[in-house]
Design a protein around this ligand. Structure first.
Ligand code: DC
Length: 222
């Protein structure tokens, strides 16, 4: 089986690029962030503080996550409910980052993520795929871009949906979440030693796609 790990901070284009690459390669795309988001959403709905490790851990036995693939797109079901849209809400981003800092939450998701790579060719994106989930991945990519560029892209993305966002506020949220993801004790976001660094700061989406497509061809032969 071939596994491609793509890690990096939020807003670097990971999910958009990974989804398209997986479609082209006919690999299963595993968006691990969606799993953390679903747990964050569950905790928010339960009225539990997402920073409270014990309280969040107590919820885990009540959570059943399923990933389905509809026309190649990942759909995530939380106790049978399709939450693919609900997990994209702004407040869920920080909730996901908060719950992702708790070891029981990471343990809860780790085996599922590993098992997916045993049975299919996968392109998996997240924060700790190359460092913790798939340390033997065929290819590891660390995808990043300067925080200001990621914030500007986010503002543009929101504008497309008709939402006016304040650049400074978006930048602050991005920096806060990056800092938290990079400084937690367990599986922090960092570039694996054997990961290829790709900075999309000066690349548009099409060029980023081509850069990754070429890299995958060179390194894996697919
Ligand atoms: O990729 P994303 O923005 O959807 O991820 C949301 C949060 O989930 C991210 O800020 C940290 C957490 N996460 C994680 O801890 N480990 C992963 N492999 C993926 C996401």
């Amino acid at each position: 089986m071939i596994s491609i790990a793509i890690d990096g901070p939020g807003g670097a284009g990971k999910s958009t690029l990974a989804r398209r690459l997986a479609g082209e390669l006919d690999f299963i795309y595993v968006d691990t962030g969606a799993m953390y988001r679903a747990i964050g959403l569950y905790a928010l709905r339960a009225g539990v503080s997402t920073k409270d490790e014990e309280a969040v851990a107590a919820l885990l036995p009540k959570i059943r996550l399923e990933l389905r693939y509809v026309d190649g797109a990942q759909v995530i079901l939380l106790n049978g409910e399709d939450v693919s849209s609900a997990i994209r809400a702004e407040e869920v981003s920080m909730a996901a980052s908060n719950v992702g800092a708790h070891p029981p939450v990471r343990a809860f998701l780790l085996q599922t993520q590993r098992d997916m790579a045993k049975t299919s060719n996968v392109l998996m994106d997240g924060r700790d795929i190359g460092t913790a989930v798939l340390p033997d991945a065929t290819l590891k990519i660390y995808l990043t871009a300067p925080a200001e560029v990621r914030a500007a892209r986010r503002v543009a993305q929101l504008a497309e949906k008709g939402t006016v966002a304040d650049f400074a506020g978006v930048l602050e949220d991005i920096n806060r979440r990056d800092w938290q993801d990079m400084h937690r004790d367990i599986a922090p976001l960092r570039q694996a030693e054997d990961a290829v660094l790709v900075d999309t700061g000066d690349l548009n989406l099409e060029d980023s796609f081509l850069a990754l497509r070429n890299l995958i061809r060179e390194r894996t032969g697919v």
